[in-house]
Design a binder for this molecule. Structure first.
Ligand code: UDP
Ligand code: MG
Length: 344
């Protein structure tokens, strides 16, 4: 008697970075799981990365994990930042497609079926774009962030392109194979250039808690992103230097001509001070730009791991715990428990 072949279900991994999200996680998991359970033809896992939270996030995740065999939890030793948490999730995800989304319900789980549908149509990347978001200050800082970034970036990053995106397995593997340590994932995904579908959404208010991204953090991230994605600021420094050089030459010809014609040059305190100020600022600006690239190069050369994991409990393995040291490029070896164990 011939056996009916089993229809293989696709595995979808949901990667959720969490920093002080104790107030959001129960609602997030309930809502996301209710929606994922109803999507036909898929199986799923949810990987929560606790990025050194100082609230009850760790214990909330522990409790949730005893109830949900689909939930895996990665605990960082300390706070390494959103992008590092995303990297850890991406390198541990086993799915045929991986969806990254925030824990605060600002990325509506209701969009998941459509995202998966677009992937099933053949798109490697399904990028969501925020049409609107609450809070004038946040909208303004976000717009400023993308304007500055796109001014200097060599790859176009859509205004409002959130870290709420689906990536196919081949896109995730290509991303994780990139050797750099400072990762601005939005930019790197744009750089990969895989076929991409776009979905718009309106971001609601945070479910609970406060945003971890103030103006200062956004500015720091914009600088990191600019330096890691592009050499345009260096070109800008060169153009400014060239402009100042030509202006200085023209001015030199002018004052030499004046003195050749016997015009007394003792006056001119204002122009002297102006020159000192302009030259000083241009010098500082160019040195600052160089310094940013030097720092970025230092980070790459030092090869420190992007994050340290204190424990990883995969979905359905509530009892497995270990102290492990991971690096982004460590492949997804921890799924086989062949983890490189290093005592911290
Ligand atoms: N996040 C993180 N590490 C951090 C800061 C934030 O893992 O150092 C997570 C946070 O828990 C959330 C996502 O990154 O799931 C986005 O952060 P947030 O909501 O604070 O940023 P916003 O939406 O205000 O830009
Ligand atoms: Mg948020």
């Amino acid at each position: 008697m011939c056996e009916i072949p089993k229809v293989m279900k696709s595995l979808i991994s949901i990667v959720v970075p969490c920093y002080n999200e104790a107030g959001c996680l129960p609602a997030f998991l309930d809502r996301a799981q209710a929606i994922l359970d109803r999507i036909p033809g898929i199986d799923y896992e949810i990987l929560a990365i606790n990025d050194g939270s100082t609230d009850q996030t760790a214990s909330v995740l522990e409790t949730m994990q005893t109830r949900s065999p689909r939930l895996g939890v990665i605990q960082f030793v300390r706070n390494f930042g959103h992008q590092a948490a995303l990297s850890a999730g991406l390198s541990h995800a086993r799915g045929d497609a991986v969806i990254c989304m925030d824990a605060d319900l600002q990325h509506p789980p209701e969009l998941l079926p459509e995202m998966i549908g677009r992937w099933q149509q053949g798109f490697d990347i399904v990028q969501t774009v925020r049409r609107s978001q609450p809070g004038l200050a946040k909208s303004f800082s976000s717009r400023a962030f993308y304007s500055v970034l796109n001014l200097f970036s060599e790859v176009e990053i859509t205004d409002g392109a959130a870290d709420f995106r689906l990536m196919s397995r081949r896109a995730v593997d290509a991303l994780m194979a990139l050797p750099e340590h400072t990762r601005f994932i939005r930019g790197l995904v744009a750089w990969l250039g895989f076929p991409c579908a776009t979905l718009q959404f309106d971001a609601p208010e945070r479910h609970a808690g406060r945003s971890a991204y103030g103006i200062k953090k956004m500015f720091g991230m914009a600088l990191d992103a600019m330096v890691t994605l592009s050499a345009r600021p260096l070109h800008l420094a060169l153009w400014i230097a060239a402009f100042v050089l030509v202006s200085a030459f023209v001015y030199a010809v002018y004052i030499i001509d004046l003195s050749a014609h016997g015009v007394a040059l003792v006056r001119g305190w204002t122009s002297t001070i102006l020159l000192i100020l302009v030259m000083g600022s241009v010098n500082l600006l160019c040195t600052g730009i160089l310094g940013l690239y030097l720092r970025a190069a230092l980070v790459e050369v030092r090869k420190r791991p992007d994050y340290l994991i204190s424990s990883y409990i995969p979905p359905g393995h509530r009892s497995f715990e270990s102290a492990t040291l991971h690096k982004t490029s460590d492949e997804r070896d921890s799924q086989n428990f062949a983890v490189r164990k290093v005592q911290i």
